[in-house]
Design a protein around this ligand. Structure first.
Ligand code: GAR
Length: 186
């Protein structure tokens, strides 16, 4: 089974997933996709010797890109901090085969503009006593696909958005790759 990881940022989740599947008998990371040429995840792809692709804006490219994924025999798509909306052609070509990780307990703190530190700031400013992570299938609307797995972490009254981000990221690093493995093997 070949996974493509889509990421826009540093790629710490991508790194964990690559490490987890490095010697896996059936599953491997075959492609990294980013919309950002300066993303840390591109350095990671080069370091790990994994092919990468920069997805530019534009409908023609998006249409062709879903064909590229199919031609490369990509079986499953993992969004790990990918901040661009997934083109509908890709969603149609990969029904229930695209998962996203969101750094909060959906359905709260999701939707357009809710990514990265924006999420953690909103959670802390609302005085939440807990936050967490959500893994969900991807559909046409931001953060609305069905939920696969959630994990919670307690927040203390003195936690800053940065503290919250750290706590949530460590949950993501622990649970994302095993969840992908379960989805691909059960
Ligand atoms: C992760 O916390 C992920 O949940 C979040 O971006 C971060 C990427 O970190 N995703 C979103 O906010 C999507 N709405 P990483 O680049 O270190 O893996």
């Amino acid at each position: 089974m070949k996974i493509a990881i889509f990421a826009s940022g540093g790629g710490s989740n991508a790194q964990k997933i690559i490490n987890y599947f490095r010697h896996h008998p059936k599953i491997g990371v075959a492609l990294i996709v980013s919309n950002n040429t300066n993303a840390g995840v591109i350095d990671l792809a080069q370091k790990e010797d994994i092919p990468f692709y920069i997805l530019q804006d534009g409908e023609l490219e998006e249409e062709e890109f879903s064909e590229v994924l199919v031609a490369l025999n990509i079986d499953f798509i993992v969004l790990a901090g990918f901040l661009k909306k997934i083109p509908n052609d890709i969603i149609k070509a990969y029904p229930n085969k695209i998962v996203n990780i969101h750094p909060a307990l959906l359905p709260k703190y999701g939707g357009k503009g809710m990514y990265g530190m924006n999420v953690h700031k909103a959670v802390v400013e609302s005085g939440e006593k807990e936050s967490g992570m959500t893994i969900h299938y991807v559909n046409e609307n931001y953060d609305e696909g069905s939920i696969i797995e959630q994990h919670k972490v307690e927040l203390s009254f003195s936690d800053t958005p940065e503290d919250c981000a750290k706590k949530v990221l460590s949950l993501e690093h622990k649970f994302f790759a095993p969840c992908i493995e379960r989805l691909l093997t059960e």
